[in-house]
Design a protein around this ligand. Structure first.
Ligand SMILES: Cc1ncc(COP(=O)(O)O)c(C=O)c1O
Length: 397
């Protein structure tokens, strides 16, 4: 009889934490049975991709842009990304510094695969994006987490990151703005961290997927802030800003030999991204920012609504995030953990929120609410949460 044997990376993924989505999986099961569940757990924009982008894509499909594409990406898209980078940064960026990937996730995976060997150390502040865990598991990396405490609204803390960098550290990966906390690194913090990492021969990778969804102030990219760029990689994409999550389009901006290696990696593992999607992405980036701004301002309105309502609910508290698509709610007064709260809330009120623990120990007493839900649903969900915390149901948590 055939005895299946699997690779270590796939074993690592197979062991990965299925509990992360336990509450939302249960929520989907309830919804499938016809229950009226409101989902506040996803980070997928609830807007359609803007119509002009769809029109342009149809046109490109119509002229046969359905063939193989260069490993590093279509020149027109690499140029569009470089132009955007050059507009905001004191450092010129050329198309040669850009490599295109099918989504931010793949860009992160490819960058880390080019920078680290199994068992090598990567430093990542937490709370961190849940998606980093399976990537680091698959690459069998040693993840050293740096706590950004809830008391400071999970603020970015350069000193703690610097203190965590040891002789074994090969890469520091940051996320600004942060999913789930909305924290943003300041230009000074980025400059300082980049310089320190460079001094220590450590790569600094910055995931900037929420760069265009900011509220408190404009985003500053690591590439804009850093004095030198040779140890710096920036990852971004269109999933969030342009409501193009299903198009799978992301990129990495780097320098020198790393760009060549990333292109080789992309060639070996993807053999290029779809032409028509890359051309649509170039169009989206060059197209005026009207739709991006409309979506951003809708998220901002929803942020205000959630913060206002939650702050007035007994036992719950939250802060207004500077950026991103989420609000973190502190439930420590009413439940023993975010997990207990999320589970009891689903049982009692059929609202699905994400427990904080999978994002890291600092978020264990929090739940994450998404801004990617329409206002009517948000209002209904907030009414239910209010009912939950003002009734006896919450005792279940
Ligand atoms: C911080 C962060 N990085 C990367 C990603 C992945 O982006 P993509 O959907 O383009 O793979 C996400 C998606 O939620 C994210 O929140």
């Amino acid at each position: 009889m055939f005895k299946p044997k699997f690779s270590l990376p796939s074993e690592a993924l197979n062991r990965a934490d299925a509990d992360v989505w336990a509450v939302s999986t249960r929520a989907h099961e309830l919804a499938d049975k016809g229950e009226d569940v409101i989902f506040l757990c996803v980070g997928d924009p609830n807007f359609d991709t803007p119509e002009p982008i769809l029109d342009y894509t149809r046109a490109r499909l119509g002229v046969g842009r359905t063939h193989y594409s260069p490993d590093a990406g279509e020149p027109v898209l690499r140029r569009a990304i470089a132009t955007i980078e050059s507009k905001v940064s004191p450092h010129p960026c050329s198309a040669d510094d850009v490599v295109v990937f099918p989504g931010g996730t793949n860009a992160i995976y490819s960058v880390l695969a080019c920078l680290l060997n199994p068992e090598e150390e990567i430093v990542i502040p937490e709370p961190m994006y849940i998606g980093y865990v399976p990537i680091c598991d698959a690459l069998r990396l040693n993840v050293k987490r740096v706590a950004c405490p809830a008391e400071d609204n999970f603020a970015f803390d350069v000193e703690s990151i610097k203190a965590a960098i040891g002789d074994e550290t090969r890469v520091v990966m940051i996320n600004t703005p942060v999913n789930p906390t909305g924290a943003m690194a300041t230009p000074e913090q980025l400059r300082e961290l980049a310089a320190y990492c460079r001094e220590r021969d450590v790569w600094l990778v910055s995931d900037e997927m929420y760069s265009m969804i900011t509220f408190a102030r404009r985003h500053t990219s690591l590439r804009t802030a850093a004095e030198h760029l040779d140890n710096v990689v920036v990852i971004d994409g269109l999933s969030k800003s342009h409501a193009m999550s299903g198009w799978r389009l992301g990129w990495a901006v780097a320098q020198g030999e790393l760009v060549e290696r990333l292109a080789q990696w992309a060639g070996a593992t993807m053999f290029g991204c779809p032409q028509f999607i890359q051309e649509a992405a170039a169009f989206a980036l060059e197209f005026d920012g009207y739709f991006v701004e409309q979506m951003r301002s809708a998220y901002e309105k929803r942020r205000e609504l959630i913060v206002e309502r939650i702050s007035n609910m007994p036992g719950l508290s939250c802060y207004a995030p500077d950026a991103g698509m989420f609000v973190m709610v502190d439930v420590s007064q009413v439940a023993e953990s975010g997990e207990a709260f999320a589970s009891a809330l689903l049982d009692a009120e059929r609202v699905s929120v994400l427990p904080g623990a999978p994002f890291g120990p600092s978020a264990v007493n929090h739940v994450r609410l998404t801004l990617a839900a329409d206002e009517a649903d948000l209002r209904r969900a907030l009414d239910r949460i209010e009912h939950f915390v003002t009734s006896d149901n919450r005792q279940a948590g």
